[in-house]
Design a protein around this ligand. Sequence first.
Ligand code: TRP
Length: 330
Amino acid sequence: MDTKQKRILTGDRTTGKLHLGHYVGSLKSRVALQHEYDTFILLADVQALTTHFEHPELINSSIYDVAMDNLAVGLDPEKVTLVQQSQITSIAELTLFYSMIVTVNQLRHNPTIKTEAKNYGYADLTYGFLGYPVSQTADITFCNADLVPVGEDQVPHIELARKIVRKFNDLYGTSIVEPQVKLSDVGRLSGLDGNAKMGKSMGNAIYLSDSADTVWERVRNAVTDPARVTVKIPGNPEICNVYKYHCVFNKTEKDDIADRCRNAQIGCVACKKRLNEVLNQMLDPIRERRSYYENHKGEVRDLIMEGTRRANEVGNENLRLIKEKMHVLI
Ligand code: TRP
C-alpha cells in the first residue's frame, strides 16, 4: 500500500496581520488537518508585491506577522513547513512556464481578479497582478499539493490551477498533481459594521493579535437590528451582524440567543457582551502563543529558513522532472 502522506499547501499574502476572516476561512482547517497532511504554509511575499510593491518594509515585517499568526492559532512548528515564497526558485520558474499556456481571457474573466481589479482601479492594473493566479498555481504545484484549504474567494484560482495542470500534463506528459480545494464550512465572514466582508481595507477587521479591549471596541460598535431602539422591541436576528457572529463563533448558544432576541428577553448590549466573552475566550490562548513568538523572533526566523530550505529541495527535484519532460534540458 502506498503510505505516502498527502500534502496541503495554503498560505497568506504578507500584507499585514491576519484577522478573524482568515481564521474561519482557512487557518482553522489548517490546524485541524495538520496531523493528517504534510502541511506547507506559504508566506506569500511575492503575491504581496502585486498590490504592495511600494511598501517593501511592510511586506518584510508581515512575513514574521503572518508566520506568528499561523503558529499562534495552533500550527505545530515541529509538523508544518513554513515557506517564504520569494525564495523558492521553482515557483518563479513554473510561473513562467505556466504563463505560456494560460490565456489572457482566462485571467480577465476570473471573478476574484475582476472584483479586486475594480477596487484598485483598472488603469493601475499591472501584469503581475493580472497574472497572480498563475503564480498561485505554481505555489500549489511546485510541491505537488493535493489539497488547498481556502475561503470561497479563492475558489476561481484553484479551478484555474486545475485547468492549467491538466493542460500542462497533457502537453508534456508530466504528472503534476491536480489540486483539490478544501472550502471552509463558514462562508465569507462579514464585518460587524454590516460590510459584506471583513478586511483590512474595510477598517472593520478584528485581528487575531488584537487586545481584549480592541475586540470589545469592535463588538460594542457593531450594527444590530436598526429598528430595535429599545430592549422592549422584539429583534430580528436574521438581519443582525452580532447574531451572524454568534452563529459562527457561538454555535451552542445561538438558537437560545435568537429566541431571546425575538422575545425581547435579551438586549443588544447583553448580546454583544456575550459575543465579546466568546471571542476573547477563543483569542486568549492565541494571544498567549503569539506573545511567546514575539519574544522569540529568532526561533520564528529559523523555522522560516528551515521550512524554505526543505521546500526548495522538494521544488528543485520536481522541477528537474518537469524540465526533462518539457525537453528544455540539452
Ligand atoms: N491568494 C491567497 C490570499 O489572498 C494567498 C495565497 C497565495 C495562497 N498563494 C497561495 C492561498 C496558494 C492558497 C494557495 O489569501
